[in-house]
Design a protein around this ligand. Structure first.
Ligand SMILES: NC(=O)c1ccc[n+]([C@@H]2O[C@H](COP(=O)([O-])OP(=O)(O)OC[C@H]3O[C@@H](n4cnc5c(N)ncnc54)[C@H](OP(=O)(O)O)[C@@H]3O)[C@@H](O)[C@H]2O)c1
Length: 395
């Protein structure tokens, strides 16, 4: 059994323990012999624990399109504020953001942990289409492709773009039901043996596929993380994935905990500020969300002397099994708010009260979408689910 603590700076420390229950505060002794008063965050039976700060900066950059100088300055500021892990992906601006990060991190690479992804490609016709986009003047289809040959190509391209010798955490961006999970994980393990990646993770995997990934990596260094959408308004992982990850010692990295700014209160004064942030920014949903923000979240945040973004992120981080939250930021003020989050403590009663208020909101996951398109999407999801369930049997 290992005990995991979070230091004030947010770094996870692991200590081997005898059998026992872990919970509450006050984990003092750590693997490196130093002492911390950080919060005990998880019970980890075994596996590939990765040391990560609780807040990871998301480099997808919703705002600031094409503003390389501004984005590089934010990265430098983030590092100086102690936000020393950055999550990105080849998909973000189709390789451009990785290239920019490579340039921005020249001379600073050893101060950060770099997290990127594999398994979404737009240069071939293999794999299930995810969406189509205009890329360098041509319409292309982005596909899920986690074949060994594809993930190897992805890692090598990311290493080049990021101008680094090693990626700290490589994550399979989306589940590809046409490729056996063990083949994908097997190739990533080989890349680790070759020293090109340090740790392995997945993202957006259904629970059954996550289980397969855990088994495939077991005894070979283990699966470190799974990256999942998790927020006060999006709690689907609580039904299965979160418990599975916790039981198997896989850290959950929660993304979009601010719902693209909606839970940060960006739409409180001006609904237009979030109208492009569907589905939560849609007026139909926003009105209800803002009521909950005003009625419960704002008073609680004020009582604790913090802002709404910090509260929404602290809520996610307080979930047992969540190792870190990946959050985006587009200004110095937003970065400063992110840097304050690890200091915030939410009592379990406060967490439950906040969670209940948002869970009761009746929100429309597809506002503004005609019923016919919803029905088509529903059937597409059902077919994809069935294919996933049958996939292991086909092999
Ligand atoms: N694995 C996946 O499939 C997946 C999917 C989505 C995202 N991600 C990762 O998660 C990261 C975050 O994603 P996200 O952008 O959806 O998440 P988010 O953290 O929910 O939203 C970030 C946005 O919230 C606003 N914001 C942040 N701090 C604020 C503050 N203090 N006050 C007011 N507004 C604030 C900013 O909007 P403005 O920019 O407009 O100021 C910022 O861009 C991405 O960069 C990416 O690394 C992964």
């Amino acid at each position: 059994m290992q005990r995991v603590c979070r230091s004030a700076a947010g770094v996870l420390r692991v200590r081997r323990m005898g059998r026992g229950v872990i919970g509450g505060r006050g984990c003092l002794a750590t693997s490196d012999g130093s002492r911390y008063n950080g919060r005990v965050t998880a019970s980890i039976p075994s596996g590939a624990m990765l040391r990560l700060p609780p807040i990871v900066l998301g480099a997808m950059w919703r705002s600031l399109p094409g503003a390389e100088g501004a984005r590089a300055r934010l990265v430098h500021e983030a590092i100086d504020l102690g936000l020393t892990a950055i999550d990105t992906a080849p998909l973000y601006e189709f390789g451009r953001i990785e290239e920019e990060l490579g340039r921005a991190l020249r001379g600073r690479r050893d101060r950060v942990m770099l997290l990127t992804k594999v398994g979404l490609r737009w240069d071939g016709d293999h794999g299930e289409p995810l969406f189509a986009a205009e890329i360098e003047g041509r319409r292309r289809v982005v596909r899920r492709d986690s074949r060994p040959v594809a993930v190897r190509k992805d890692v090598e391209a990311s290493l080049r773009r990021l101008q680094t010798d090693v990626i700290d955490l490589i994550q399979v961006h989306h589940y590809d039901d046409r490729t056996p999970v063990s083949d994908t994980i097997g190739e990533l393990l080989r890349l680790r043996e070759e020293g090109k990646v340090r740790s392995l993770g997945v993202s957006n995997y259904p629970a059954a596929a996550l289980r397969e990934a855990i088994v495939a990596a077991q005894g070979r260094g283990g699966l470190a993380t799974t990256q999942e959408h998790y927020s006060l308004l999006e709690r689907r992982i609580e039904s299965e994935v979160l418990g599975l990850a916790r039981a198997k010692g896989v850290g959950v990295l929660a993304f979009s905990a601010l719902e693209a700014g909606v839970l940060a209160g960006r739409g409180l004064a001006d609904a237009r500020a979030v109208e492009d942030r569907a589905p939560m920014g849609h007026p139909k949903n926003l009105r209800r969300i803002n009521e909950a923000l005003r009625g419960t979240a704002l008073p609680m945040a004020a009582e604790k002397g913090v802002g709404l973004p910090e509260l929404a992120l602290a809520w996610v981080l307080a979930a047992d099994g969540v190792q870190a939250a990946i959050a985006g930021a587009s200004s110095s003020e937003q970065l400063e708010a992110l840097a304050r989050v690890p200091e915030i403590r939410l009592a379990s009663e406060e967490r439950a009260r906040l969670g209940d208020v948002f869970a009761r909101l009746e929100l429309d996951p597809h506002p503004g979408v005609p019923w016919r398109m919803r029905a088509e999407a529903f059937f597409r999801r059902r077919v994809a689910g069935l294919r996933r369930r049958l996939a292991p049997r086909r092999r």
